[in-house]
Design a protein around this ligand. Structure first.
Ligand SMILES: Cc1cc2nc3c(=O)[nH]c(=O)nc-3n(C[C@H](O)[C@H](O)[C@H](O)COP(=O)(O)OP(=O)(O)OC[C@H]3O[C@@H](n4cnc5c(N)ncnc54)[C@H](O)[C@@H]3O)c2cc1C
Length: 454
C-alpha cells in the first residue's frame, strides 16, 4: 500500500490547539505537515500521558504512517495475534484473529503500546516539525470574535482557528456551548495495573496469557477484564471495568489488589493469580459524552472542539484515542486544501459533518458493549453466548468480530474521506459520513441494545 499524506496548503494559517493529549499532539503534527502554523497550549507543566496501555487500530496506524511516526510506534509496540473472549468462568466463547486477518484485510497494523511511549513519539515528531508548545498554559477564556485564547496566567494567544482538544472535562466545550454538562458518569470505573511478566512466569498456569501476545477479555456479571501485553511482552497490562464506587467528582484514586481479589473470588482463578502479582493499581471514573448539537461555534467564531472534548467514550471498543487521531487527520487534510479565508467556517463544519456520526457511533457502540459484556448469569447471558457460538454476521455480540461493525470500526481511511469530502464540497454537496447500518432490525438488534438491568 502506498502511504497517503497531506498536501501543502497555499494559504498558511495559524491554529491554536488547546490540549496536548494524544489527539492534540497528533493534530499539531498533521496541521504542520499540511503547511500551517501551530501553537499547542497545554495545562500541565510537563508533557506526558498517565495510565498504562493503549490499543491502536488500523485507521490510526495508517495516519501514523502518513505522519512519519509508524516505524517508531510499531517498534515500541506489541503486535497482538488474536482477541480471545472468555466467560468469567474461563471458557472461550468468541475469537477474532488480528494478525494476519485484520492487518491484511484493513491494510494497517493493530498495535498495543504504552501510552507514555506513544505520546513521546508524537511529541518528538511535533518538536521536530517546530510546533510551538506552551506548557503550564491553562486556557480559561476564548474571544470568539478575535479568535484568541487567554490562559489562567493572563497570557493571550491569537490565531486564525482555535481547536479545543482538551479532553472529557473540556473548558473549550463549555465556552463554546455555554453549558457545563458535557461529561456524564457512565456508572463504571476502570482499575489499571501493569504486572511484570517475569513475575507471571514464576506462577504455574499463567503461560496461556503471555506465551502468545493476545488480547484476552473475560465477560462477567457487571464486570469485564481486558489483558494485553506491552514492552516486547515484558509487561502485562490489566484493565478491570466494573461498577463505579468513587464519590461524585472524584476521578482518580489509588486502589489495592485486595479489592480486586475480593471482586474476583468466584471468577476464573487464573485471574486472581495474576491480580495477586499487582504492586500498584489505580482506579479511574469513566465518563462519556452525549452527541452535541454542534462542535463548531454557532455564531461564526472560528472554533471547533475535537477528540474527547466532543465525543468521549467508554473504552469498551478501545477507540477513543483513535477517533481523536482520525479527527486530526480530517481537519488537517481539509485545511490543506483551503483556497481562501472565507472557506474557514465551511471547512470547520465539514470536519464536523464528516466526523460526528462516526464518533457518535463509537460512543453509542461502546455503551452497548457495557450491556453486552456485563450481563449477569441468566437468559440474556445465555442468549448472548448462544449468538457468540453462531455465525459471525451483523448483530454478532462480539462487536470486534461482527463483520459489518468491524468494517465500520477498522475499515476507515481518513485520507479517502478527505478527498471525498473536498470533492463533494466543491460540487456543492453537503458531505456526511456514509452511514452503514450497524444494527439489525430484528431480535439481534434488540439484543445489541440489551439492557442488563431489565
Ligand atoms: C481505561 C481506558 C482505556 C482506554 N483505552 C483506549 C484504547 O485502547 N484505544 C483508544 O483509542 N482509546 C482508548 N482510551 C480512550 C483514550 O484514552 C482517549 O479517548 C484519548 O486519550 C483522548 O485524547 P484527547 O487528546 O482528545 O484528550 P486527552 O487525552 O484527555 O487530552 C486532553 C489534554 O488537554 C489538557 N487540558 C485540559 N484542559 C485544558 C485547558 N483548559 N487548557 C489547556 N490544556 C488543557 C489536558 O491536560 C490533556 O493533556 C481509553 C481510555 C480509558 C479511560
Amino acid at each position: 500500500m502506498t502511504t497517503q499524506g497531506f498536501e501543502k496548503t497555499k494559504l498558511p494559517l495559524t491554529f491554536i490547539i488547546v490540549g496536548a493529549g494524544l489527539g492534540g499532539v497528533a493534530a499539531s503534527i498533521c496541521l504542520k505537515l499540511a503547511g500551517h502554523n501551530v501553537k499547542l497550549l497545554e495545562n500541565a507543566k510537563e508533557l506526558g500521558e498517565v495510565g498504562a496501555g493503549i490499543q491502536i487500530p488500523p485507521p490510526s496506524t495508517k495516519i501514523l504512517e502518513a505522519i512519519g511516526c509508524l516505524d517508531k510506534v510499531s517498534k515500541a509496540s506489541v503486535h497482538p495475534k488474536d482477541i480471545l473472549v472468555h466467560r468469567y468462568t474461563g471458557e472461550i466463547i468468541s475469537q477474532q484473529n488480528l494478525i494476519p486477518h485484520v492487518q491484511d484485510k484493513y491494510q494497517g497494523q493493530y498495535l498495543h503500546i504504552h501510552r507514555a511511549d506513544y505520546h513521546k513519539i508524537l511529541v518528538d515528531r511535533a518538536k521536530e516539525l517546530n510546533v510551538e508548545i506552551y506548557l503550564d498554559s491553562k486556557v480559561v477564556a476564548i474571544d470568539f470574535e478575535k479568535t484568541t485564547v487567554t490562559t489562567e496566567s493572563g497570557i493571550t494567544h491569537s490565531g486564525d482557528i482555535i481547536v479545543g482538544y482538551d479532553g472529557v472535562r473540556s473548558t473549550t466545550r463549555n465556552l463554546l456551548t455555554g453549558r457545563n454538562d458535557g461529561a456524564y458518569d457512565t456508572g463504571d470505573l476502570a482499575y489499571r495495573a501493569l504486572i511484570d511478566v517475569e513475575d507471571m512466569k514464576k506462577v504455574t498456569g499463567l503461560e496461556r496469557f503471555y506465551e502468545t501476545p493476545n488480547i484476552t477479555f473475560h465477560y462477567g456479571p457487571n464486570i469485564h477484564v481486558v489483558i494485553y501485553f506491552l514492552h516486547q511482552g515484558q509487561l502485562c497490562n490489566v484493565v478491570v471495568l466494573c461498577p463505579d464506587t468513587l464519590e461524585n467528582n472524584h476521578f482518580r484514586e489509588e486502589a489495592t489488589k485486595e479489592e480486586l481479589l475480593e471482586m474476583f473470588k468466584d471468577w476464573d482463578q487464573d485471574l486472581s493469580k495474576i491480580f495477586n502479582l499487582i504492586k500498584d493499581v489505580g482506579k479511574w471514573k469513566l465518563q462519556d459524552s452525549r452527541e452535541l448539537d454542534t462542535w463548531v461555534h454557532r455564531d461564526g467564531g472560528n472554533v471547533i472542539i475535537l477528540g474527547d472534548a466532543s465525543h468521549s467514550t467508554l473504552p469498551y471498543l478501545a477507540s477513543g484515542a483513535s477517533q481523536a487521531v482520525e479527527d486530526a487527520a480530517i481537519l488537517a487534510g481539509l485545511f490543506s486544501k483551503i483556497e481562501s479565508k472565507d472557506q474557514i467556517q465551511d471547512l470547520l463544519y465539514l470536519t464536523e459533518n464528516l466526523r460526528k456520526w462516526r464518533s457518535s457511533q463509537v460512543v453509542k457502540g461502546s455503551k452497548n458493549c457495557q450491556n453486552i459484556y456485563h450481563l449477569p448469569d441468566g437468559p440474556k447471558q445465555q442468549k448472548r453466548d448462544s449468538l457468540l457460538a453462531g455465525p459471525k454476521t451483523l448483530g454478532y455480540p462480539n462487536r470486534f468480530a461482527d463483520p459489518v461493525f468491524q468494517d465500520f470500526l477498522w475499515g476507515y481511511n481518513a485520507f479517502d474521506e478527505i478527498e471525498r469530502g473536498w470533492k463533494e464540497y466543491k460540487a456543492g454537496i453537503k458531505s456526511t459520513y456514509n452511514y452503514p447500518n450497524l444494527y439489525l432490525n430484528g431480535e439481534e438488534a434488540e439484543y445489541a441494545n440489551i439492557n442488563r438491568t431489565n
